[in-house]
Write a protein that binds this ligand. Structure first.
Ligand code: PLP
Length: 224
């Protein structure tokens, strides 16, 4: 018998930025992380199809996951309790609920459309920086890009760029592998810088970042 592999969607980077419908995706499982969606750290959620979850054994023992306890065996509660052993992270979950209400109050479609506009603006303006290489496709009709750009500037280490931007201009970007070491290896680079936006950013933030980046590039170029 051929078993259909189960699919788990890691939606940590999409749930905070666009409408996500588990039924449309027909995902067996889907996970997301609270602190990427304006919620507290230390909590997230797993969605699973109920018919799959009900066939799965618990992975952890503790209060609430048990149904009946005998000397020689136990029976387990129905999902989701079966997978929620012990005292839950009550405060964090309430915070996550408030974050979800907040995002839904703004509207996920509205957030997505606004971020697409910011993504284009970021890409266009970043392309004007001297000796820059931006990774990934240029945004165009039918090519959606998340509102972020990974990039490198010739002969300047991305960590130097990130540090200078932070210390001199108060702009926080990330540098390193971004949890994508095989991709960096494929691209033939050791690391990259990455500027990321969310719905609370504005075009003025992008303008300030580009100004700060040009100043950073000029600073390091002055030593050549
Ligand atoms: C796509 C993706 N999955 C998982 C994680 C890890 O999430 P957490 O920090 O909540 O464990 C991250 C965080 O960087 C992520 O970007």
């Amino acid at each position: 018998m051929l078993l259909r592999p189960k699919v788990l969607v890691d939606a940590c980077q999409s749930v905070p930025h666009m409408p996500v419908d588990v039924r449309d995706l027909d995902a067996d499982f889907l996970v997301a992380s609270s602190h990427k969606m304006c919620g507290p750290t230390g909590v997230g959620f797993l969605y699973g199809k109920s018919d799959i979850l009900s066939t799965m054994p618990p992975f952890l023992g503790g209060g609430e996951m048990i149904s009946d306890v005998f000397l020689d065996h136990s029976t387990y509660a129905e999902p989701p309790s079966r997978f929620e052993a012990g005292t839950p992270a009550i405060g964090e979950v309430i915070g996550l609920g408030a974050a979800i209400d907040y995002l839904q109050g703004i509207g996920m479609q509205k957030i997505h459309e606004y971020e697409m506009e910011l993504a284009n603006y970021l890409y266009e303006n970043l392309s004007t920086v001297n000796n820059i290489r931006i990774y990934g496709p240029k945004p165009s009709k039918g090519v959606d890009r998340a509102a972020l750009c990974s990039f490198n500037v010739k002969n300047i280490h991305p960590t130097d760029i990130a540090t200078f931007l932070d210390q001199q201009h108060g702009v926080a970007i990330r540098s390193g592998h971004h949890c994508a070491q095989p991709l960096h290896r494929y691209l033939g680079i050791n690391a990259s810088a990455r500027a990321s936006l969310h719905f609370y950013n504005t075009k003025e933030d992008v303008d300030y970042f580009i100004h700060a980046l040009n100043d950073t590039v000029n600073f390091f170029d002055s030593f050549k």
